[in-house]
Design a protein around this ligand. Structure first.
Ligand code: SAM
Length: 289
């Protein structure tokens, strides 16, 4: 590839017409953040570019962005070569701004006005589907659990969470962060922490540090188990975190102690001591009864 070819390839994502800086766009449209909708915006091009690069390659299939807001991350995704972006935004105040971005990248940005919790993202666009989002924190966990239950519909999920939620996604046995969320996420996906983002990077700044996490859904869950039963066992074990399993799991079956023992697990153990493999064994055993 010649230098000219490289320049052409890098410029392939750039808009045909230059867009004004985001802060000017916000001012021109008289927009302000609505905290109730978890609105903390990213204007830093280095940061949005870093997220877009981490999410790539973006030149095949569909990138699905949740909550584009004024479109900082959306622009970065398009500038980094996303072939097709489908963005779901609940706050209609942002639709005119997003329409300007769509016009600057003809045929590449499609905006859906709606609640991402009610839209089946697995049916949007074409494979490989990559979800990329600076998530509204109040709905981040239910959205993630929905996407994880869609199996391999998504090639990757590159998501900004509150750091505390990221820690819980990555939690390991015998740590305070290990629990239902770690089990649900790691059972279905490889989970990687990418980088932290300080509050000052957002407008307005949130109270807490954020973390970008990447999840790559597994072809098959880590160990066989029924998803609903695994969730019930984890919920029971961690709902009463300090209690021994023979007590905390009794609400699933009066034979809990016997079932736990049948899997070679001490009934006096606590949930946080078990590996995901052991949780799956318990889910199969409780289901069998
Ligand atoms: N992506 C923008 C950025 O990085 O600057 C905005 C991120 S802001 C943290 C979250 C965005 O999600 C807001 O634009 C908000 O209106 C939108 N949002 C909140 N709840 C939503 C929902 N249930 N479905 C779709 N969008 C939602």
């Amino acid at each position: 590839m010649t230098e000219d070819d490289k320049d052409a390839a890098e410029g392939a994502g750039k808009p045909a017409m230059a867009l004004p800086p985001l802060r000017d766009v916000i001012a021109r449209h008289g927009l302000s953040a609505n905290r109730g909708l978890g609105q903390n915006f990213l204007f830093d091009l280095n940061l949005t570019g870093r997220i877009a690069r981490a999410a790539g390659p973006l030149d095949a299939g569909t990138v699905i962005e949740i909550g584009p807001g004024p479109g900082g991350l959306t622009r970065a995704l398009l500038d980094h070569g996303a072939r097709e972006v489908i963005a779901i935004e609940r706050d209609r105040r942002f639709l005119p701004v997003l329409a300007e971005i769509a016009a600057a990248y003809p045929g590449r940005l499609n905006v859906i006005e709606g609640d991402a919790l009610k839209i089946d993202a697995a049916k949007l666009g074409s494979k490989p589907r990559r979800i990329v989002a600076n998530l509204p924190y109040n709905v981040a966990t239910p959205l993630l659990l929905n996407w994880l239950s869609a199996g391999t519909a998504f090639a990757s999920l590159t998501l900004m969470f509150q750091k505390e939620v990221a820690d819980r996604l990555l939690g390991q046995p015998r740590s305070k962060d290990y629990g239902r969320l770690a089990i649900a996420a790691q059972w279905r996906a490889e989970v990687r922490r990418l980088f932290d983002v300080p509050p000052r990077a957002f407008t307005p700044p949130p109270k807490v540090t954020s973390t970008v996490v990447q999840l790559i859904p597994r072809q098959e869950p880590l160990y066989p188990a029924d998803a609903e039963m695994l969730e019930r066992v984890a919920a029971a074990a961690f709902g009463q975190r300090r209690k021994m399993l023979r007590q905390s799991l009794r609400r699933l079956s009066p034979l809990a102690e016997e079932i736990i023992q049948s899997q070679g697990i001490a009934p006096t153990a606590r949930g946080e001591e078990l590996s995901i493999e052991q949780f799956c064994a318990l889910a199969r055993a409780f289901r069998g009864r």
